[in-house]
Ligand binder design. Structure first.
Ligand code: ZN
Ligand code: ZN
Length: 168
């Protein structure tokens, strides 16, 4: 996916432009996210950082994720059951997500998908929609194709959140 060195250089430049520094915890968290192919939970970021940078503690990982989110470098999206997923904000900015309520797969969607809905919500209701903050819910193509099987997995195993195409 990303070239790690280019990524770190561009993030470091962005941080400097905002008067922020590249710290060891930030470098460790960014490395974990850039090495991942999907959307990581806080716990998965903690695990990855524990392997690459054991001196960075859990609380520091959490604070770093929040700080990098505030700086726009990291995007987070809230999923069902109180879970939150993190990944690096792409060059196109934050995008939308849909999560399958049956298998838990997370799908990336274009960031302008709900632009017209957002415009109408603003005009008619004065509500400023942030469609990237919470994942949309429904059935993925694979699950929708399973005819007549309405078994809903309510408690998702943690390793099923990344979708059908991701495996460790
Ligand atoms: Zn599914
Ligand atoms: Zn995404």
């Amino acid at each position: 996916m990303n070239d790690g060195t280019v990524l770190m250089d561009s993030v470091a430049a962005l941080l400097r432009s905002k008067g922020e520094r590249m710290t060891a915890p930030r470098r460790a968290v960014l490395t974990a996210l850039s090495n991942a192919t999907g959307h990581l939970s806080m716990e998965e970021v903690v695990t990855a950082v524990a392997e690459s940078a054991p001196s960075v503690h859990r609380a520091s990982v959490y604070r770093t994720l929040v700080a990098l989110s505030d700086l726009g470098v990291v995007q987070h999206v809230h999923l069902g059951h109180g879970a939150t997923a993190y990944h690096l904000t792409g060059a196109e900015g934050p995008h939308l997500h849909a999560q399958c309520r049956r298998c838990g797969a997370i799908q990336d969607l274009p960031n302008d998908l709900l632009s017209e809905v957002a415009r109408r919500m603003g005009a008619a209701h004065g509500f400023e929609l942030d469609a990237t903050h919470v994942a949309l819910s429904g059935l993925c193509a694979e699950c929708a194709a399973i005819d007549g099987d309405d078994h809903i997995v309510d408690e998702l195993p943690t390793d099923h959140r990344h979708g059908h195409h991701h495996s460790h």
